[in-house]
Design a protein around this ligand. Structure first.
Ligand SMILES: [Zn+2]
Ligand SMILES: [Zn+2]
Length: 115
């Protein structure tokens, strides 16, 4: 319908735009995961002041999910977040977008960096 239409990389449902902390992100109404474009990740960093939203994976390897943005399909990398070993993230190495499963965005935002 519009240029921002995104299909969930996990369950293929049509994702819906959602406002979160002033940012428009895409959220899947079915599995409750959400997609952040690279620029949305950086916007979120700024809106949080000093609390940096860092998205960096420890030794990323190719995962099973395809990036919902890139055409042709691009397999995303998966790996634990550098500061939060329990948090597994999926990130597209091509466009820099990030897929977060249900609850992972909250985990990411509630984590305080060491600065
Ligand atoms: Zn989904
Ligand atoms: Zn991508």
């Amino acid at each position: 319908m519009d240029k921002r239409a995104v299909t969930c990389p996990k369950c293929s449902h049509q994702m819906e735009e959602m406002k979160f902390a002033g940012i428009d992100l895409d959220s899947c109404p079915f599995c409750m995961g959400c997609w952040l474009d690279a620029e949305e990740v950086s916007q979120m960093t700024r809106s949080r002041g000093n609390a940096k939203l860092k998205v960096e994976l420890t030794s990323p390897k190719q995962g099973e999910l395809n990036c919902p943005r890139c055409r042709p399909a691009q397999a995303m990398n998966v790996g634990p977040h550098v500061d939060i070993p329990t948090l597994q993230l999926d990130q597209c190495s091509k466009c820099g977008g990030v897929w977060l499963d249900r609850g992972e965005l909250t985990t990411l935002l509630s984590h305080r960096g060491n600065t």
